[in-house]
Design a protein around this ligand. Structure first.
Ligand code: GRF
Length: 218
C-alpha cells in the first residue's frame, strides 16, 4: 500500500476548519493524511484538536524571530521535514513572505470568510455587514503575494439578513467553510486543478441547476 500524501495545516486560533479537514481525512473523503499542524500561537485550540487525533502539532512563535522572513524560513524547514505536498492555511493570522511562497509554489491554499475579491483582510463578516451586501460567503484560493488575492478555487454563498450580527453571519459562513475547504483539498490532491492566469480550471464540473437567488426573496 502506498502512503497517503501528507498535508500541513497552519492555524492561529480555534481550528474549526482544521477539524473539518481532520474529519474529512479520517472519513476517507480526502485522499491525504494531515502530517503536521503548525501554529504561531501556543494557545491556539487547533493544537489541541490535532493532538486529540494523534497529529504532530508544533508551535513556532513568530515573536522569537528577527523578521518575517526568518519566521517563514523556520516554518518551511518544519513543513519540509514532514514531506507535505499541500500547505493549508486555516485561520492562520500571519502574512507570509516570498520565502514561504517560493518554497511551495502553487501548493499553498487559504480560506477566507467573504466572497473575494470583496472584503479581503480581517473581519470579512463585519465588512460585509457594514457594506450592506445581501449575499456573502467564503472562498478557498491559492496563495499569492497579495492579501487574499490569489486564484479562486471554490466559493460558497450565504444570504446576509437585516437582523444578522457579525456573529450570526460569521457562523453561517463558517458552516460553508467547513464544506468547501475539504472539497478544495480533494480537488487539488486528485490533480483536478490547474492555474491559468487568474483562473483555476477544475476538471470536475458540478453545475448548479437554475442558479438564481434573490435576497430578500420577495
Ligand atoms: C475562518 O473564518 C477563516 O475563514 C478565517 O479565520 C477563521 C478561522 O476559523 N481565515 P477556525 O480557526 O478555522 O475556526
Amino acid at each position: 500500500m502506498t502512503a497517503l500524501p501528507g498535508i500541513a495545516v497552519l492555524v492561529s486560533g480555534s481550528g474549526s476548519n482544521l477539524q473539518a479537514i481532520i474529519d474529512a481525512s479520517e472519513a476517507g473523503a480526502i485522499p491525504a493524511k494531515i502530517g503536521v499542524v503548525l501554529s504561531n500561537n501556543a494557545e491556539a485550540y487547533g493544537l489541541v484538536r490535532a493532538r486529540n487525533h494523534g497529529i504532530p502539532a508544533e508551535v513556532v512563535d513568530h515573536r522569537s524571530f528577527e523578521n518575517r522572513e526568518a519566521f517563514d524560513a523556520r516554518m518551511v524547514e518544519i513543513i519540509r521535514s514532514y514531506g507535505a505536498e499541500l500547505v493549508c492555511l486555516a485561520g492562520f493570522m500571519r502574512v507570509v513572505t516570498p520565502v514561504f511562497l517560493r518554497a511551495f509554489p502553487q501548493r499553498i491554499i487559504n480560506i477566507h470568510p467573504a466572497l473575494l475579491p470583496s472584503f479581503p483582510g480581517t473581519h470579512g463578516p463585519r465588512q460585509a455587514l457594514r457594506y450592506g451586501v445581501r449575499f456573502s460567503g467564503c472562498t478557498v484560493h491559492f496563495l499569492d503575494e497579495g492579501v487574499d488575492t490569489g486564484p479562486v478555487i471554490v466559493q460558497a454563498v450565504v444570504p446576509v439578513y437585516e437582523d444578522d450580527t457579525e456573529e450570526t453571519l460569521a457562523a453561517r459562513i463558517l458552516k460553508e467553510e467547513h464544506r468547501i475547504y475539504p472539497m478544495a483539498i480533494r480537488l487539488f490532491l486528485e490533480g483536478k486543478l490547474s492555474i491559468s492566469g487568474r483562473r483555476v480550471i477544475t476538471r470536475e464540473t458540478g453545475r448548479i441547476p437554475d442558479f438564481s437567488r434573490r435576497n430578500p426573496d420577495a
